[in-house]
Design a protein around this ligand. Structure first.
Ligand code: SAM
Ligand code: SF4
Length: 334
């Protein structure tokens, strides 16, 4: 029998929240140029939620009607003992999908275990298929390890493994077609993401380097006719198809197409801060709630429900010259 309460989480604008993105760490073995600065200060370990606290939090959200949880970060697979959290969440009655976003560098070692513990879908970031370029964009990453990770996810039986590619002018906008071909050849889905102005990453040229989804779509259209598709996913991708291929081609356009009106999600940072919007600072400290009233599910659920009243209507990326949010993406939970 399901533990879910009939009252779903609904905000002031009538949006139903059924999707949680949980950041399990802000640390990462990469330093992607659009996500982090070269030198980063990470959250001290004692300030992190424990894995048990994260599992408790996950249960609270599921009992409130959340049916999908995505584990993200930072790089989720660098969090020690992550598998125990995956197992706890994978066993939750009422959770339809447990998803993972990873840079893929360690996926080869754990893909089978993740699937056995209940992970249904995996997204892997890949912004270049050229080893040297890949190393430049990630600053520390090695392409061959990520390629092994992608293959391992497919071998482990994950349906619809998806590649996420952030396209930046002058960095990898000449790789739109190679990335697409990479996905098509392997039966992978792929989403092209517009870079968001989060955190001071040390790259001042971000706005000028923005490549819109529309431009990416047009460039692909010169080689393959794209057909708009009704496919949907928990995230904000709009999907297209290419005749003769099973791959879905997605576009995530936080700047050019504001998808706020259909927002169904909230985020929790690795410190237990509930973020109501990717592009705003409205938040509630759930770690404080959990540590003040340990084990009290009623208090936690009441705090989450109350938080719906401060979910902002929308974000305003690139409407000013300054990054609107000083948080880095790794702290936000991508
Ligand atoms: N480390 C994992 C990874 O890279 O997949 C998970 C966390 S990462 C923050 C999640 C996603 O956010 C990645 O697909 C990454 O490309 C994307 N991302 C990071 N910074 C971004 C930015 N400034 N704009 C748009 N997407 C960004
Ligand atoms: Fe790490 Fe992912 Fe951010 Fe790259 S995008 S630095 S892999 S958290």
């Amino acid at each position: 029998m399901s533990n879910r309460e009939s009252t779903a989480l609904t905000d002031r604008f009538g949006r139903v929240i059924n999707y949680l993105r949980l950041s399990v760490t802000d640390r990462c073995d990469f330093r992607c140029i659009y996500c982090m600065a070269e030198e980063m200060t990470f959250v001290p370990r004692q300030q992190l939620l424990t894995l048990e606290e994260m599992a408790f939090l996950g249960r609270a959200f599921v009992e409130l009607g959340v049916s999908r949880i995505r584990l993200t970060g930072g790089e989720p697979l660098v969090r020690r003992n992550l598998m125990s959290l995956v197992r706890d969440l994978g066993n939750l009655d009422g959770l339809d999908e447990l998803l993972l976003t990873t840079n893929g560098s360690r996926l080869d070692e754990v893909a089978d275990e993740l699937v056995a513990a209940g992970v249904n879908r995996i997204n892997i970031s890949l912004d270049s298929v050229q080893p040297r370029r890949f190393a430049e964009i990630t600053r520390t990453g090695e392409l061959h390890r990520v390629l092994k990770g992608i293959a391992a996810a497919q071998r482990a039986g994950i349906e619809r493994v998806k590649i996420n590619s952030v396209i930046m002018r002058g960095h990898n906008d000449d790789e739109i077609m190679p990335l697409l071909e990479f996905a098509l050849e392997r039966g992978l889905d792929i989403s092209f993401i517009e870079e968001m102005p989060l955190g001071e990453t040390g790259r001042d040229e971000r706005k000028g380097e923005l490549v819109s989804s529309e431009e990416v779509r047009q460039r692909i259209g010169e080689y393959y006719p794209l057909t708009s598709s009704n496919d949907s996913s928990p995230g904000p991708s709009r999907y297209y198809r290419i005749a003769g291929s099973d791959s879905r081609i997605g576009f995530i356009s936080p700047n050019s197409h504001n998808f706020c009106e259909s927002c169904n999600r909230v985020r929790v940072t690795c410190e237990g801060r509930l973020l109501l919007c990717l592009g705003n600072e409205h938040s509630v400290d759930l770690r404080e709630v959990i540590r003040t009233s340990p084990g009290d599910m009623g208090v936690l659920k009441a705090a989450i429900t109350r938080a719906m009243d401060i979910k902002p209507e929308r974000h305003h990326f690139y409407e000013t010259d300054q990054p609107q949010v000083v948080r880095f993406m790794n702290a936000t939970g991508g």
